[in-house]
Write a new protein. Structure first.
Length: 155
């Protein structure tokens, strides 16, 4: 069983399964999906999920209602990705194309890809449109989270 974490605003986690709906990424797009396609981004650890969130928001705009939402899935639902060259550049068309193709194929419920922040660690893209979506087990309780002020202050 593989355990993943997603950091999101509380209002996007009512009920907790809503955190994995992919609606936010559908609206804005992400590294691995284009706007208009649902995808839920998760990480292998809470700390990596926090770093990924912080990398994608202005610290002055951080909401005060963040929660971790955990989920599990079986290894058979995971495809380990082999990202194309240039996947980790900002706004990479190669990464978006790669992820978009995977999402549309519905080959697996989850795509495991390296984090652009810590390449030795994994992020996971969950396909909410996958026929195996019911195999994703979302933890029913969320965990409140507040960033340590030291991460938000320049010295």
């Amino acid at each position: 069983m593989i355990h993943v974490w997603r950091l999101t605003r509380r209002l996007h986690a009512v009920p907790p399964s809503e955190a994995y709906s992919g609606i936010g990424a559908e609206r804005t797009g992400g590294r691995w999906n284009r706007a208009g396609t649902r995808a839920a981004y998760a990480s292998s650890a809470r700390s990596l999920a926090a770093l990924e969130y912080l990398a994608n928001v202005d610290p002055e705009d951080l909401p005060n209602d963040l929660v971790f939402v955990g989920a599990t899935f079986e290894e058979r639902d995971l495809e380990l990705g082999d990202p194309p060259s240039g996947w980790n550049s900002l706004d990479s068309p190669a990464a978006a194309g790669y992820g978009q193709e995977w999402l549309q194929s519905s080959r697996s419920l989850v795509l495991g890809i390296p984090s652009a922040i810590v390449t030795a660690e994994r992020n996971y893209i969950i396909n909410p449109e996958s026929p195996r979506m019911r195999a994703l087990r979302v933890v029913p309780n969320v965990e409140e989270f507040v960033f340590d002020a030291r991460l938000l202050t320049r010295r």
